[in-house]
Design a protein around this ligand. Structure first.
Ligand code: TXA
Ligand code: MG
Length: 323
């Protein structure tokens, strides 16, 4: 199959209406979209990404008002968060209605819903009748794409069209939340931080119970480059082993003495938003070189730093376990 990159919304809509796949830009990462209410179309997503069927997909809509069609029991805290962050990089896990195919939710009784904040995605969604199911537009397990070119590198020949909306503004996947009586459960860290969720809802914000896989995509090994990645005290590692064939991802620091062969400083001025935006670019670039190992610093554990640390942690698991 020939894969084209372009900015033709009518072409994208036509493919989607016919049950095909289109990679779409969002403010977080590029998504691989299909008509969420068409099971055959949704199946094509799993095939193109080689994604395990037990890993459900996020439903994207053009406005929060449509959530009631797909979800029941929308709690007060969800309404407050939607007011603050819809459209935006926040995904809600809510009890699903029958209209949502089981294939989208991988058999779960909950559906993930989000309103992306990207002009191209919004215009596309507004022109369609229904919602789009869209996971990140990368082969399963690899680093998410934050440009149309990244999508091409991973999915060329497997999808007909990539809608180019430029580089993603946020650069990390959306924050995912669900609700219990007394708390907001934070399933994935992202640009909407735990602090912000607490401020808006006044509720406690908790991590899911350990050992209970509630969001299957949060399996440990994920977002991983092919070159082994290790989170460590980079300066110390370089002093002990030298920097030959070694690449470094750091927040603000340029390591010298010894100097690593390659390095990516994500934000010299210390801005975590800028660092988040640059993280997947850096991982992907360093993955194309002759490096034996990518070393990464631990980022400040506040705000977006938590989401960055989470992605780095998951990227290194394969190295640790050898799988
Ligand atoms: O920013 C984002 O969320 C991007 C853009 C394209 O919207 N999408 C994205 O999708 O990151 P994906 O499929 O790569 O990650 C979605 C995560 C996975 O961990 C999946 O297991 C979880 O959401 N998820 C989706 N639906 C779920 C459901 N019904 N119940 C539990 N977890 C769900
Ligand atoms: Mg993904």
């Amino acid at each position: 199959m020939h894969t084209a990159i372009g900015t033709d919304l009518a072409c994208a809509a036509e493919i989607l209406r016919a049950g095909g796949l289109v990679a779409i830009p969002t403010e977080t990462v590029y998504g691989l979209a299909a008509d969420a209410l068409d099971e055959d179309a949704v199946l094509r997503i799993y095939e193109a990404k080689q994604r395990p069927r037990f890993n459900p997909l996020i439903l994207h809509t053009h406005s929060f008002d449509t959530f009631r069609r797909y979800a029941s029991d929308i709690p007060e805290a969800c309404l407050s968060l939607a007011e603050a962050f819809c459209p935006g990089p926040l995904t809600f896990l809510l009890p699903k209605r029958d209209i949502v195919p089981e294939l989208v939710t991988a058999g779960s009784s909950r559906v993930a819903l989000r309103v992306p904040d990207h002009p191209v995605a919004r215009e596309l969604l507004q022109g369609l009748d229904g919602p789009l199911a869209a996971p990140s537009a990368n082969p399963s397990g690899y680093v998410s794409p934050v440009t149309a070119r990244h999508v091409m590198e991973g999915l060329e020949g497997r999808i007909p069209y990539i809608l180019d909306g430029g580089p993603c503004r946020v650069g990390l996947e959306s924050t995912i939340v669900s609700f219990s009586q007394e708390a907001v459960i934070l399933h994935r860290h992202g640009a909407v931080t735990a602090e912000a969720i607490h401020r808006i809802t006044g509720m406690a914000v908790r991590e899911p119970v350990e050992g209970l896989v509630e969001t299957p995509g949060q399996l440990k090994s994920h977002y991983a480059p092919r070159v082994p990645l290790q989170v460590c005290d980079v300066g110390d590692w370089l002093r002990r082993h030298g920097g030959e064939r070694t690449a470094v991802i750091s927040f603000q620091t340029y390591y010298r003495d010894p100097q690593p062969r390659w390095s990516r400083v994500l934000s010299p001025s210390g801005d975590l938003h800028e660092a988040a935006r640059n993280l997947f670019h850096a991982m992907r670039e360093l993955d194309t070189l002759e490096a034996d190992l990518i070393l990464a610093e631990t980022f400040p554990d506040t705000g977006l730093g938590k989401a960055i640390n989470d992605r780095l942690e998951r990227a290194q698991t394969r190295y640790r376990t050898g799988v």
